[in-house]
Design a binder for this molecule. Structure first.
Ligand SMILES: Cc1cc2nc3c(=O)[nH]c(=O)nc-3n(C[C@H](O)[C@H](O)[C@H](O)COP(=O)(O)O)c2cc1C
Length: 221
């Protein structure tokens, strides 16, 4: 666990979902090929066929597992059905509650559920819902920000909350390099979720990156 990876992945680094138009198949496949957890982002509206296309394109670029992020505040039932039908490795949900019966449904489909939350209270709900991991997002995160607290105050409380529950806690918000990763581990996290740092690599075709490029190792050192 920790530096050595979470949820069966080689590294404990998640590339967070980056809006509906940034974390596409090329970036996600590059992260997956490098041993991290790449996540596509489902559209803000029901579009299961389009989403299936994104998933299949990603699979054409990598044979490694990856995830799809769903913002629960937007219409999502059909999109999640497509994610479960396609048996994507990870369903990453945020901005809303994801109760136990839906977590169980995902588990029955063989899909792990990771909930991104911004408070101790929401972390407790996610824990009680039986999710496989919790991303705790601090207020200095980029994009869709849930947290009102800084990582140094929020993360240790969530780590203490889940003690004994075997739920990996993943830190998000303002981590940009290996020093931030080490700091998150020191505070009790078992992995990190990065967003802003990956925006540098968001348009692979424009900047000439290939899906095999080891972006994670570039990040680490
Ligand atoms: C451009 C951008 C878009 C984002 N869009 C989403 C999103 O759609 N859903 C989500 O759960 N998180 C989203 N996030 C948040 C990330 O998942 C992650 O929590 C955050 O980027 C971590 O903080 P950092 O940006 O300091 O690395 C976004 C982040 C960025 C930078």
């Amino acid at each position: 666990m920790g530096w050595k990876g979470v949820l069966g992945f080689e590294y404990g680094i998640i590339q967070g979902p980056l809006g509906p138009d940034i974390s596409g198949p090329e970036l996600v496949a590059a992260v997956a090929n490098a041993g991290g957890i790449g996540t596509l982002r489902a559209p803000d509206w029901e579009s299961p066929d389009y989403l299936r296309g994104l998933i299949r394109k990603t699979r054409s670029l990598t044979d490694k597992p990856f995830g799809v992020g769903v913002v629960l505040a937007f219409p999502h039932k059909e999109n999640i059905k497509a994610i479960l039908d396609e048996k994507v490795a990870i369903l990453l949900v945020s901005w809303g509650e994801y109760p136990n019966e839906l977590v169980s449904e995902a588990h029955q489909a063989g899909v792990k559920v990771v909930h991104q939350v911004g408070s101790l209270e929401d972390a407790e709900k996610a824990m009680n819902a039986g999710v496989d991991a919790i991303i705790i997002q601090a207020k200095n995160a980029g994009g869709h920000v849930l947290g009102q607290d800084g990582l140094f105050t929020l993360l240790p409380r969530v780590v203490d909350l889940v003690a004994g529950h075997d739920i990996p806690i993943i830190a998000a918000g303002g981590i940009i390099d290996a020093r931030g990763y080490v700091a998150a581990l020191a505070l009790g996290a078992q992995g990190i979720c990065l967003g802003t740092r990956f925006t540098k690599y968001s348009n692979f075709s424009t900047f000439g990156f290939t899906p095999n490029q080891s972006v994670l190792l570039k990040f680490m050192w």
